[in-house]
Design a protein. Structure first.
Lengths: 298, 279, 413
C-alpha cells in the first residue's frame, strides 16, 4: 500500500500541473523572457534580447511613489482582511444558531452582491452611490439638510469609499466559506456553544475556532492575495480615463500599470512586472513563514 | 413556556432583526439598480430608491436588440465546461495534497500560492502567443482552458483544507472492504466534502460568469460572447451608454446566479454531519 | 457505490464531449476566399453601432455588383485588440475604423498598409484637406477619412436666458449668475478634467499638450494660464464626469453643455429643445478663439490584408469615400462627412450641427497623431483632476505631471 501510494500522488497531480503550467507558469516565464528584450512600439516585430538593461531602468521605478503605494496596499489588505474575517465569522455563526429559521433566504440575499459582475457593481457604486450629483449618499445628506461631499476627490475618503465597496463585494464569499466550514463542525458543538452565560465566548474561542481553522486558513490566504492584487476597484472608481476623481491613491498594481503599461514598452513593463512579482513573493514568504507549519497540522 | 424558551425566542428575534438589516444593507445598491432598470430613459438617475414609474421597456429592448439568449447560452457552456475541467484537475490534486505525504508537498503547495500572486492580466499577451501557436484562438475550448487554469490553484487550496478534516479512518475502512481509489474518492470524499466542493464550484462559476476581458479578447464574434462580455460591449460605447438599459442587463446577468445560490443551499450541508459518521 | 461511479464516468465523458464539440463549433466564419468569387472584408470598430450600420449598408449596396461585402464588428478596446491581432492574419480583421489619433502608434508597430497602395492620390481630391492631413503620419497616409467630429456648445433653448454671449468672460459671468452647485443646477457643464474637453482653452491660449516633435508641454507658462482660466469654469461645473454631465443636461438641470455629436441621440430622446454653436465662435480674453481638437474617423488597412485582397480593398475604399455615403451618414447620424461633395446636398447643408462642426473643424487643430500623444492623455488628465478636484496648486501640479509625462515618453523607447 505504501509503495502504491508513493507513485499514485503524481497520477493525481499531473493534470493540474499541466493546466497550471500552461496558463500560469508559462506566462510568467514568457514575461521574464520579454523583460530581457527591447520589445516596444518601435521594435514590435523585430525585437531582440538585450540582456538586463530593462531591469536597470525598472529599478528607478521603485522610488518613494512605489513605497507609498506599497504602504497603501499593505494597509488596504490588513484592514480588509480583519474586517472581513471578524464580521463574516459572526454573521455565519448567527446563521448556524440552533432554531434559526429562514437561513436559506438570508444566505441567498446576502449573496446578491456577489452575483453581479464586479465591473458592473463598481460602475453602479460610482454613479449611484458616490456621485456628487446623483449618488444616494449625497441625496441622503441633502435630505438631512447637509451640504454635498465629493467622496472620491481626496485620498482618505477615497480609500474609505473603496474599502466599503470592497467589503460589500467580498463579504459573500467569506460568509459562504465560514458557513460551509461551520457545517462541517458537529452540530452538538455549536449547540453547546450557544448556551447562555460566559461559556459562549469561551466555547467559540476554544472549540469552534480551532475546529474551523484548518478549513478556513486556505481560503483566507487566497482572499488575502486577491485583496492585495485588487485593481478594478481603485481603477474604475477613481482613475478611469475620462473620469478621474482627483484622488492620488495608488496601490502596487495601479502603480505598475501607470508606470509601465501605458508606455507600450513591453520589455520595460515586463521587467517592472517581474520585479514586483519577485517582491510580492519575498514579502509573502516573509510574512507567511508559518504557513508551512500550519500546513503540517492538517 | 419556560423562561429559557422565552429568552431563546427573544434572542432569535434580535438575530432576525440583525439579518434583515444586513440584507437591506447588502441590497440597497441592487435595489437601486433594479429601480434604474424599470425607469424611463431620462431622469432615471435623479430618482431615489423607489421608481417614479415602472416600465419593462429596457428588458424588452435587451431581448429584442441584443442576442441575450445566445450570450446566456455561451455563458452556461463556458461556466459548465470550466467547472468540469477545473474539478477534474483540482479535486485529484487537492486529494493528493491532503492525503499523501511526499517530499515536495510543502514546497509545491507554497509555490502554487506564490504563483497565484502574479497578476493574471499580465498573462494575456503570453497566452495569446501560446494560443496562436496552438490554434486555440477564437475557440471556446481555449477560453475554458484559460479559465480553468486561472481557477485551478484557488480550487486546490480551497478544497484541500476541507479534505484534511475528513478522518482518514473512514477511507481506510472502505479500502479494507476492497474499494478502489476511485470508489473511495467518489463514494466517500466527494459526498463528505460537498460544502467545500460546492463553494469552489460556485466560485468558478462566478469567475467565469463575470469575466469579460479574456472573453472579449479571445473570442472574436459578437455572437460568441458570454453575458459579461456582451454587457461590457453594451456599456463601453460612450455613444450608447444608457443607464436604465445597462442596469436591466446587469439584473438579467445576476438572476441566473441567484437562482443557483438558492438551489444549492440545501446541498450545502456536509454528508459528514448529515450521515452522523463523525467519530 | 456503483451508481456513483457510473455517474462520475458519465460526467467525465460528457465533459470531454462538450469540450471537443466547442472546439469544433467556434471556428470558421473568418476565412474568406481569395482571388475571384465573393470577398468578405472584416472591419473592426469601437464606435456607435447605428453609425456603423449606415456605413456598412450603404457601402455594401455599392459593392454588390463586385461581389464584395463589408462586415463591421464591434471590438471594445480596439487599440489593445489591434496590438494583439494586428499581426495575426488568421484571426485579425482586414480593416478597422477608428479615430486618427492612434495612427502613429499603429504605424510605428508596422502593422498598417498605406492607403495609397490601394487608391490613387487623385481619387481623394474631393476630401477636405484637413481630414487627409490628420490621417497622415510621417508623410504617409495610413487612414481613409470618413467623417470628423469636434466639440460643440450645445444649449437648451428653453432654459438659456437671453443670447449666448460671444466672449468667454461673459459666459463665465453668466455661469456665476445661473449656477447653484448645492442645488445641482448648472449654467454650463463641461468635462473640466478631461484633456480633450479642455483642449479648446489650452489650444486657444496657444499652449500645447505635446509639440509636433513629441515634447510634453504641461509646464509652459501659457499652459498654466490656460489651466487657471479653465479652473474658474470648473468651479461652477460640479463633478465633470461624462455620465454625470450628460445626464444633468438631459434632465434639464443644466442649461448648456460642451459636448460632441455623440450626445445628440440621447438629447433628442430626452426631448430637449437643442441649440448649437460652434466653439470657434467664442473669443477668449486674449482675443483668440476657442480651438477644440478635431477627431477624424477613418479606415485603416492591416498590412497582411494586402496580399490577395488588394483589389477588393481598393474597391471598398472607393465605395466608402463616395459623397452619397457621406450624405447618408449626415442625414441619419449627424456625422460631418470628410467628402466636400457631400455638402452639396441641401439637407446636409441645412443641418445646423453638421455645419457647426464643419465650421469648427476648418479652424480647429486635428488631434496629434504621434505615438507620444497616447502617453500624454494620462498625465494631462491627472494634472487637470489634481488642479480642479484635489485643490493642488497649478505650479506644483505642472512640475509633477510634466516630469511624469517626460518619464512616460522616455519609457516608450
Amino acid at each position: 500500500m505504501n509503495q502504491n501510494k508513493r507513485s499514485k500522488q503524481w497520477f493525481y497531480l499531473t493534470p493540474s500541473m499541466i493546466l497550471i503550467g500552461a496558463i500560469v507558469i508559462f506566462p510568467i516565464l514568457y514575461t521574464g523572457y520579454i523583460s530581457l528584450t527591447n520589445m516596444s512600439l518601435y521594435h514590435w516585430k523585430d525585437f531582440k534580447v538585450i540582456g538586463l538593461a530593462n531591469y536597470g531602468r525598472a529599478l528607478f521605478k521603485l522610488d518613494e511613489g512605489f513605497l507609498s503605494a506599497l504602504a497603501t496596499t499593505l494597509l488596504w489588505t490588513v484592514v480588509n482582511m480583519v474586517l472581513q474575517i471578524v464580521a463574516a465569522f459572526f454573521i455565519a455563526l448567527g446563521l448556524n444558531a440552533p432554531g434559526m429559521k429562514l437561513t436559506r433566504l438570508y444566505k441567498t440575499l446576502l449573496m446578491v452582491p456577489w452575483a453581479m459582475p464586479s465591473y458592473v457593481s463598481i460602475l453602479i457604486w460610482r454613479v449611484g452611490i458616490y456621485n456628487t450629483d446623483f449618488g444616494l449618499l449625497n441625496k441622503f445628506r441633502a435630505a438631512l439638510g447637509l451640504s454635498r461631499i465629493s467622496y472620491l476627490a481626496e485620498n482618505v475618503p477615497a480609500f474609505l469609499s473603496c474599502l466599503v465597496l470592497n467589503l460589500w463585494m467580498a463579504f459573500p464569499f467569506m460568509i459562504m466559506m465560514f458557513d460551509a466550514a461551520m457545517q462541517s463542525v458537529d452540530r452538538s458543538l455549536l449547540e453547546s456553544a450557544s448556551l447562555d452565560g460566559a461559556g459562549f465566548f469561551m466555547k467559540v474561542r476554544y472549540v469552534l475556532v480551532p475546529a474551523i481553522r484548518p478549513i478556513m486558513l486556505p481560503p483566507i490566504i487566497m482572499t488575502a492575495f486577491t485583496t492585495f492584487k485588487q485593481f478594478d476597484i481603485f481603477y474604475l472608481l477613481t482613475m478611469q480615463k475620462g473620469a478621474l476623481t482627483g484622488s492620488t491613491l495608488q496601490t502596487i498594481i495601479t502603480y505598475a500599470q501607470q508606470n509601465a503599461f501605458v508606455s507600450n514598452n513591453y520589455g520595460l513593463s515586463s521587467a517592472v512586472s517581474m520585479m514586483i512579482f519577485v517582491l510580492i513573493c519575498l514579502f509573502s514568504l516573509y510574512s507567511n513563514r508559518n504557513i508551512g507549519r500550519e500546513d503540517e497540522i492538517g | 413556556m419556560s423562561a429559557k424558551k422565552v429568552k431563546n425566542i427573544g434572542r432569535l428575534t434580535i438575530l432576525h432583526l440583525v439579518y434583515i438589516i444586513l440584507c437591506l444593507l447588502a441590497l440597497i445598491p441592487v435595489i437601486y439598480v433594479f429601480t434604474l432598470s424599470v425607469s424611463k430613459g431620462t431622469g432615471a438617475l435623479s430618482t431615489g430608491l423607489l421608481p417614479k414609474s415602472i416600465t419593462p421597456d429596457n428588458y424588452v429592448r435587451i431581448f429584442r436588440e441584443e442576442p441575450f439568449l445566445q450570450w446566456l447560452g455561451n455563458s452556461v457552456v463556458l461556466s459548465v465546461g470550466t467547472m468540469i475541467l477545473a474539478m477534474l484537475t483540482a479535486v485529484p490534486a487537492a486529494y493528493a495534497y491532503s492525503r499523501y505525504r511526499f517530499k515536495q508537498r510543502g514546497t509545491l503547495l507554497k509555490s502554487l500560492l506564490l504563483l497565484n500572486a502574479f497578476p493574471q492580466i499580465l498573462s494575456m499577451f503570453a497566452i495569446f502567443r501560446l494560443y496562436k501557436l496552438l490554434g486555440l484562438l477564437n475557440t471556446r475550448i481555449g477560453l475554458i482552458i484559460v479559465y480553468a487554469g486561472s481557477m485551478c490553484i484557488f480550487s486546490i487550496w480551497n478544497m484541500k483544507g476541507y479534505f484534511d478534516t475528513i478522518p482518514v479512518e473512514i477511507e481506510e475502512a472502505a479500502r479494507m472492504d476492497g474499494a478502489t481509489d476511485l470508489q473511495t474518492i467518489a463514494g466517500i470524499i466527494l459526498p463528505l466534502a460537498r460544502p467545500a466542493i460546492i463553494v469552489t464550484c460556485v466560485m468558478v462559476l462566478i469567475f467565469v460568469w463575470n469575466e469579460y476581458i479574456f472573453s472579449t479578447t479571445f473570442l472574436l464574434q459578437e455572437g460568441q460572447y458570454s453575458l459579461a462580455g456582451g454587457l461590457y460591449q453594451l456599456q463601453s460605447g460612450d455613444y450608447s451608454r444608457s443607464w436604465p438599459l445597462f442596469s436591466a442587463a446587469a439584473i438579467l446577468v445576476s438572476v441566473p446566479i441567484l437562482l443557483v445560490f438558492f438551489r444549492i443551499q440545501k446541498y450545502m450541508v456536509s454528508g459528514l454531519t448529515a450521515g452522523g459518521v463523525k467519530g | 457505490m456503483k451508481k456513483r461511479i457510473l455517474s462520475l464516468v458519465l460526467a467525465a465523458t460528457m465533459a470531454v464531449g462538450t469540450l471537443a464539440g466547442c472546439g469544433a463549433s467556434a471556428k470558421g466564419d473568418q476565412e474568406s476566399e481569395k482571388g475571384s468569387g465573393p470577398v468578405s472584408l472584416t472591419v473592426w470598430h469601437d464606435g456607435d453601432e447605428a453609425i456603423m450600420k449606415v456605413i456598412e449598408d450603404t457601402a455594401n449596396k455599392e459593392l454588390e455588383a463586385d461581389q464584395i461585402s463589408l462586415k463591421f464588428e464591434k471590438k471594445t478596446g480596439l487599440t489593445d485588440q489591434l496590438k494583439l491581432y494586428g499581426s495575426d492574419e488568421q484571426n485579425g480583421p482586414d480593416m478597422y475604423l477608428y479615430a486618427h489619433d492612434s495612427l502613429g502608434t499603429f504605424a510605428e508597430m508596422d502593422i498598417l498598409a498605406p492607403v495609397t497602395d490601394f487608391i490613387a492620390k487623385e481619387d481623394e481630391k474631393d476630401l477636405i484637406p484637413m481630414t487627409v492631413d490628420a490621417c497622415t503620419y510621417k508623410g504617409t497616409q495610413y487612414q481613409l477619412p470618413l467623417y470628423f467630429e469636434s466639440l460643440l456648445f450645445m444649449y437648451n433653448k428653453d432654459l438659456w436666458q437671453g443670447d449666448v454671449p460671444d466672449k468667454t468672460d461673459d459666459l463665465l459671468a453668466y455661469m456665476e449668475k445661473h449656477t447653484d452647485v448645492q442645488a445641482g443646477t448648472y449654467a454650463l457643464l463641461n468635462q473640466h478634467s478631461t484633456a480633450y474637453n479642455v483642449a479648446p482653452i489650452i489650444n486657444g491660449y496657444g499652449a500645447e499638450i505635446i509639440s509636433k516633435d513629441g515634447k510634453a508641454g504641461l509646464d509652459s507658462e501659457v499652459y498654466k494660464e490656460a489651466l487657471a482660466y479653465n479652473q474658474k469654469f470648473a468651479a461652477l461645473q460640479g463633478d465633470g464626469d461624462y455620465n454625470t454631465i450628460a445626464q444633468l443636461f438631459n434632465e434639464g438641470k443644466a442649461q448648456a453643455i460642451i459636448g460632441g455629436p455623440w450626445l445628440v441621440s440621447g438629447i433628442k430622446d430626452a426631448g430637449i429643445n437643442l441649440g448649437i454653436r460652434s466653439l470657434s465662435s467664442f473669443t477668449l480674453p486674449n482675443g483668440k478663439k476657442l480651438a477644440p481638437y478635431s477627431g477624424v474617423q477613418g479606415i485603416g488597412i492591416l498590412k497582411y490584408a494586402e496580399d490577395g485582397k488588394k483589389e477588393a480593398i481598393g474597391k471598398a475604399l472607393k465605395a466608402l469615400m463616395k459623397p452619397e455615403l457621406g450624405q447618408e451618414l449626415a442625414k441619419q447620424s449627424n456625422c460631418a462627412p470628410a467628402n466636400n461633395k457631400s455638402y452639396e446636398d441641401q439637407e446636409v447643408a441645412a443641418n445646423e450641427m453638421i455645419m457647426a462642426i464643419k465650421e469648427t473643424a476648418e479652424t480647429a487643430q486635428p488631434m496629434p497623431n504621434i505615438p507620444q500623444m497616447s502617453v500624454m492623455w494620462g498625465p494631462a488628465e491627472e494634472m487637470l483632476a489634481a488642479v480642479n478636484k484635489n485643490g493642488t496648486a497649478i505650479d506644483e501640479a505642472a512640475k509633477t505631471f510634466q516630469q511624469k509625462a517626460e518619464t512616460a515618453i522616455k519609457d516608450m523607447q
